[in-house]
Design a protein around this ligand. Structure first.
Ligand code: HEC
Length: 314
């Protein structure tokens, strides 16, 4: 009787091992690689991910390198780049006929801990990504030449709009609508000369609702794109464009203005106007009015506060 029970337990254990083979840690290998050995491995992974969200007490920390790598993966997944990057790292791993060639070759060292089921799952996931991006729209090309003097765009309340696809009327319609709406592909929006949002075609990036964020360098010579991208773009003050603009109520399609739900920025209207008037790409931007000069001085103090402990700042 006892033996029978034991046999059943053993069988269940065997099935459990079979079903979970891919998730079981190879402690011998970890040890040889000088890695940490812990039975709480799986739990702590889940704990970590949950705890990071809820800022719970944590038993274990990520190494800076590990966290950095995970973040890179997250960003690439958000940007839809993961498939391409994966292929570059592991060329030919997922073949079109989906026969895992690598598993039959003795020198399959790329992902040694992966079993066949997991491999198939991953290839399926990657293939789906590929299908999604293959079916997705191609981007509207945006280069340095796409941008110029901010006041050549169309003013709407405090900001400026334009269109890279020659459909300014459709962009203006949404910008002027009291009920908001979804900006059409090609829409360009600017508030200050160095930060721009450009709407890419529908389905291009679900996370940012197809907005691509740009940080520009603007000079007399023209524009050069300093940074561009989707959820990861950070402006020169360390602020994440997406992180702020996502807070706008959905009907405003990421446009913050004031009262749309975004946290306010510390720039006053005179400061914004002064920045717009002194866009170096605009003719006559050297003639700075007294009002603009005062606002720019205030802005300067805001971004480079005088240190009271510094004797030179008196
Ligand atoms: C700290 C939060 C924050 C960050 C970071 C931020 N913005 Fe904004 N942005 C705002 C707010 C708030 C407004 C509205 C300000 C106003 O009208 O007074 C705004 C305005 C704009 C506008 C004009 C349309 C609108 O939404 O009102 C554009 C375009 C824009 N930002 C682009 C960017 C880009 C590109 C970046 C990154 C390079 C960026 N922003 C970073 C909060 C932010």
């Amino acid at each position: 009787m006892v033996l029978k029970k034991f046999a059943r337990a053993l069988e269940e254990f065997g099935t459990y091992i079979d079903n979970n083979a891919s998730g079981i840690v190879n402690y011998g290998e970890r040890h040889r690689c000088g890695e940490r050995i812990s039975t709480g491995f799986v739990e702590s992974t889940i704990n970590q991910l949950v705890a990071k969200r809820f800022v719970k007490k944590q038993q274990m920390r990520w190494t800076p390198r590990g966290a950095h790598l995970l973040l890179q993966i997250r960003v690439q997944a958000l940007n839809g780049d993961l498939h391409g990057v994966f292929e570059r790292w592991y060329p030919g791993l997922c073949r079109k006929d989906s026969r895992p060639l690598a598993f039959h070759t003795p020198n399959f060292r790329v992902l040694p801990n992966m079993n066949k089921a997991r491999y198939t799952l991953m290839c399926t996931a990657l293939a789906l990504t590929a299908v999604a991006s293959a079916a997705g729209p191609s981007p509207i090309p945006v280069t340095d030449k796409s941008f110029g003097c901010i006041s050549h765009l169309k003013p709407v309340r405090g900001f400026f709009v334009g269109s890279l696809t020659g459909n300014l009327a459709a962009t203006l319609k949404v910008a002027r609508s009291p009920n908001g709406g979804v900006y059409p592909a090609g829409s360009v929006i600017q508030l200050v000369p160095t930060e721009v949002m450009v709407k890419q075609p529908k389905g291009f990036n679900e996370i940012t609702h197809d907005w691509e964020f740009f940080e520009l360098n603007a000079s007399k010579e023209g524009t050069s794109i300093n940074k561009r991208g989707f959820a990861e773009v950070v402006n020169r003050f360390g602020g994440n464009c997406f992180g702020c603009h996502i807070k706008a109520e959905p009907k405003w399609d990421f446009v913050c203005e004031t009262g749309h739900g975004c946290d306010p920025i510390p720039l006053t209207e005179p400061m914004l106007k002064a920045l717009q008037h002194t866009d170096p790409r605009c003719a006559g931007s050297d003639n700075v009015s007294a009002e603009d000069a005062a606002a720019l001085k205030q802005l300067q103090e805001l971004t480079h506060p005088k240190n009271p402990a510094d004797p030179k700042s008196g």
